[in-house]
Design a protein around this ligand. Sequence first.
Ligand code: 13P
Length: 247
Amino acid sequence: MVGMQQIVAGNWKMNLTLSQGQIFVDNLVAGLDGVELKRQLLLAPNFTLLAALARSCAASGIGLVGQNCAFQESGAFTGETSVAMLKDVGAGYVLVGHSERRQLFSESDKLLQRKVQAVVGGGLVPILCVGETLEQRQSGAAYTLVVEQLKSALSDFPDAPLLVAYEPVWAIGTGRTATPEDARLMHQHIRKFLVAQFTWGAGVPILYGGSAKPENAASLLSQPEVNGLLVGGAALDPESFLQIALA
Ligand code: 13P
């Protein structure tokens, strides 16, 4: 969509301690000084860092993202974190359905739909992650699978802010990035779905994730319907994250 501000989001996954995260943000903020940044920056640190990073991120216009949440509002759910708790410590967004959650923690489409609803109900913005495995891509099922994931997680989705992240599983942490063409084709497919599904579907930012780095950021970000990047490994270093943001 013309005029949509691009987004560069860093997902730290289970990396960086509190002091490392604070040093990262300090360096990032220093690097942003005097720079005209056209893109919105988001960071998804571990829950244990959110409260401490909130003030410096807010002061620099960097949005904070929870990496996961419970669908329940509160109660006896040991080890879980509610949307209200994330909001309370300064998160504005929550990642839902990252492939690591789907694959390593058996999160089902049904569960993810409930999480998406919980995020919206709690007043935060879901970043819904979708993407196929290598096997699914090779068998020609990628497009159908991604639409199935979207349909399921977004059933009964209200008129509310939403981000989608296309993260092909075969490109995550592998160094094997989707080609700009792969990304464009899938993003156009996702856009078609969103526009057909929602009157406001043209305005939903669609991020690409999977071995995004300074060397490939510009070519990915120049593709139609690639409205930003969700960066893992290359977002653990403030310099490379900044290079991506400025690519
Ligand atoms: P990498 O950038 O390390 O491939 O990770 C991508 C990702 O999973 C972001 O959520």
